[in-house]
Every structure is written in structure tokens, then in C-alpha cells.
Design a protein around this ligand. Structure first.
Ligand code: ZN
Ligand code: ZN
Length: 410
């Protein structure tokens, strides 16, 4: 990649992603294979006046080594100091940047049960920190810059070097780094997204109805649900953008009011294990039937992660005609693939997607229809064949998407 592109990317991350404030510290969790962009972001952060940038390095190969050699009964072990550190940094108000470029095949072929247990253990320990961060405690951003094994998975016909180079070329478009001024291009795009969610918030649809090949799904929405998208705000009112790139507006389904069937439109990547061409049937909000052409065992393990893993926590609208979708690529990476298509997530909902969600007790959230689980796994149901209607509380039907494109003006 060239230095100019890296610099523009880093500037976008610091200004639009994190919106790092004067005097604010930055905490970065990053994979070793992403060091070039981490260095560039660190430079930009200091140039912006950050008093301290700390990086917690990880190496994905070590994860694989653990699955290869560690005792089978040791996957509930966890280094508490890591999560204590993340929580302390968040409590102090450090902005949080996650930089990953995972090899989608890293854990392919390893025991899905141990993979699930490792994730569950990790999720359990990270929960207090993630609750604070993802519910508006501080600005946070997730990015996935190109890395060799991942790029080679997307472009299997190329060598790793060539694949990385090609992926940077794609990334430039997806992150709008090919604009003269990516920062202002993003501000405009984010404002378009916010007009969309303002409209949806005003309408307060009772039900969303998705229709397409293999899909006829009615999703009940909780009372006082909130659509978000593009930019976010911390509880203290600082704007930030959690995902770069982002094309979605999203809210939460009512966990007990989902009925019908759906067919996935892209592979779901569950930590290296792909689930492809799967169908889910819902009754009273829960998955009661499932099948997959590939990876059914992984899907089953995922659905059995905990009591509420069979219920939905997110519904997101993404027009089919967006840069990511137009690239025509499958990225094997949720950050990109989820921004290519309308999607749902099994597992936890974001409390910020319902009025007063951050103040409600667990019992109140449950009563309001908010799902809580250790997992949050996105999967795609959008395509250029999907139609979506919003049904208002008084029963009027309003088209929201037709053949994958927005059907309403803002
Ligand atoms: Zn989403
Ligand atoms: Zn999601």
C-alpha cells in the first residue's frame, strides 16, 4: 500500500472514526499483522494532542497454536489482567480502537465446541468492559485493514503480496479514500444515513416484513425502538463512527416477535468456520428449525451458545447499491460483508437501540423485548431481490426497500 493512502486512512480513523478529543488518551487492541496502520494512527493521535497511546498486541497464530496443543480442558482459562486493563482504560475515558484483519480460515477444521467455549469465556470476561464501551461510555471504532492471509482468501488466484495490494485498492473505494477529502465525504455520507434513521424513528413501525427468495419474515419491533446508523454519540455527547466503513441503519427486533423463514444470502463466518446457504425458521422470536448446506454443525453450536442465542438482537438495512456491495466480493469478514446487505444478528441487542435502554434493569430490558446473550453474530439476508415493507401500528403498509434499493426519499 502506499504511504499516502495509509495517512488518509489514519486521518479518517482519528477524525471521523474516533473523533479523538483534545487531551484524550487512546487505547488500541491490534493484531501484529496490522502494525503499519497502527503506527500511522498512533502518529496521527499524537499529532492531534493525545497524551498517551497504548497498544495491546495480539497474534492470531498464537490462537491457532492454543487450539493445536493446549489441554482440551483448559479453554475456560483467561488472563484477567487483559479485561481489567481494558475496563480501567474505558472507565478513565480513553477512546478505544480495535484493529483486526483476521485470517478467516484460522481455526478451520478445529473443534467447534472448543472454539465456542473459548469465545464464551472471552465474552464473559469482556462483558463489563464491552458494556461500558459499546453503550456509549467512550468513542470506539473497529477497522479491518488488509492482511496477507485474509486478502489471499478473497483473491485465491493471487500471491499473498499481490492479494494485499489488490485489497488495499478495493479498500480505498470502500473507505472513500479515493476522494480528495475523505473526511468531508464521510461527513456527507453519515448525514445521509442519519436522515434515513430519523425517518424510521419518526414512523415507529410495528412490524418489518422482508420478502425474497426463501425469505418471508415478519419482525416485530419493540415499543420505542431507536434506529441508529452512520455516526454515534457517547453518553457525554461526543460524535464518533463505530464502524469504518459503514453503510447500515440498524435497530433491534422484539426478541419474542419474529415469525417466518429466512434464507441467508452470503456465508456467515463464525471465527474461521463458514456457514453457507442456511435457512432459519422462527416462532415467537426463537429459531425452531435450521438447516445449512455447509457448516450446519457450526451453526448448531452457535445457536446453542446460551439460552438466548436463538433470538435476534439486530435488524439492519443496507441498500444493495453501496460501494461494498458493488465490489461484488465476499470478504469473509463481517465488517465488510454486513455493510453489503441487509442483515440480522443472532444474540445480544444494543441497549442504545431502545429508549432509556441504558438505564433499564435487566428485568425491564427483558420485558421490553431486548435480547441479551453472550453472542452477537451478524448474517446477511439482503440482495437485489429483497423487498421490505414497514407496517405501522394502525396497519398501513409502507414500502421501505424494493429489489434491494431504498423505496423512500429523505
Ligand atoms: Zn449491523
Ligand atoms: Zn451486528
Amino acid at each position: 500500500m502506499n504511504k499516502k493512502v495509509l495517512e488518509k486512512y489514519a486521518e479518517l480513523i482519528v477524525k471521523v472514526g474516533l473523533n479523538l478529543q483534545k487531551g484524550q488518551r487512546l487505547f488500541i487492541a491490534a493484531g501484529l499483522n496490522t502494525a503499519p496502520i497502527v503506527r500511522e494512527v498512533t502518529a496521527k493521535a499524537y499529532q492531534n494532542g493525545a497524551p498517551l497511546v497504548t497498544v495491546l498486541w495480539d497474534d492470531e497464530e498464537l490462537k491457532k497454536i492454543r487450539h493445536q496443543y493446549a489441554p482440551r480442558d483448559s479453554f475456560e482459562e483467561f488472563p484477567e489482567w487483559v479485561t481489567t486493563g481494558v475496563l480501567e482504560n474505558a472507565k478513565r475515558g480513553d477512546a478505544y480502537l480495535s484493529v483486526t484483519g483476521l485470517n478467516p480460515d484460522l481455526l478451520a477444521g478445529f473443534d467447534p465446541e472448543l472454539i465456542a467455549l473459548e469465545l464464551k469465556t472471552r465474552a464473559k470476561h469482556f462483558k463489563p468492559a464491552l458494556n461500558l464501551i459499546s453503550n456509549g461510555g467512550v468513542q470506539w471504532t473497529v477497522i479491518c485493514p488488509p492482511t496477507p492471509k485474509w486478502a489471499a482468501k478473497i483473491f485465491p488466484e493471487l500471491s499473498e503480496d499481490k492479494a494485499v495490494e489488490k485489497l488495499w485498492g478495493v479498500m480505498k473505494k470502500l473507505c472513500r479514500l479515493d476522494y480528495d477529502d475523505p473526511v468531508s465525504a464521510w461527513r456527507k455520507h453519515l448525514s445521509d444515513l442519519s436522515k434515513r434513521h430519523d425517518y424510521l424513528n419518526e414512523m415507529q413501525f410495528d412490524t418489518l416484513h422482508f420478502r425474497g427468495p426463501g425469505t418471508d419474515l415478519k419482525i416485530g419491533m419493540p415499543k420505542d425502538h431507536i434506529w441508529k446508523g452512520g455516526g454515534s454519540k457517547t453518553q457525554s455527547g461526543v460524535d464518533f463512527t463505530a464502524n469504518l466503513p459503514t453503510e447500515e441503519v440498524f435497530s433491534m427486533p422484539h426478541k419474542d416477535r419474529v415469525e417466518g423463514t429466512l434464507r441467508s444470502t452470503k456465508p456467515l463466518n463464525y471465527f474461521g468456520n463458514l456457514v453457507e446457504d442456511f435457512n432459519l425458521t422462527f416462532e415467537k422470536g426463537r429459531v425452531v428449525e435450521f438447516s445449512a448446506k455447509k457448516g450446519e454443525e457450526t451453526l448448531k453450536k452457535m445457536l446453542d451458545s446460551d439460552e438466548n442465542a436463538k433470538q435476534l438482537g439486530e435488524v439492519a438495512l443496507v441498500p444493495y447499491y453501496s460501494p461494498i456491495s458493488e465490489s461484488g466480493l465476499i470478504f469473509f469478514n463481517t465488517l465488510y460483508d454486513e455493510n453489503a446487505a441487509c442483515h440480522l444478528a443472532l444474540g445480544s441487542a444494543y441497549r442504545a437501540n431502545i429508549k432509556n435502554g441504558l438505564e433499564m434493569s435487566d428485568e425491564e430490558l427483558d420485558a421490553a423485548g431486548v435480547n441479551d446473550s453472550l453472542i452477537h453474530v451478524d448474517f446477511m439476508i439482503g440482495s437485489d431481490e429483497i423487498d421490505l415493507d414497514g407496517i405501522t401500528p394502525d396497519g398501513s403498509v409502507i414500502p421501505l426497500m424494493k429489489k434491494g434499493a431504498w423505496a423512500f426519499e429523505v
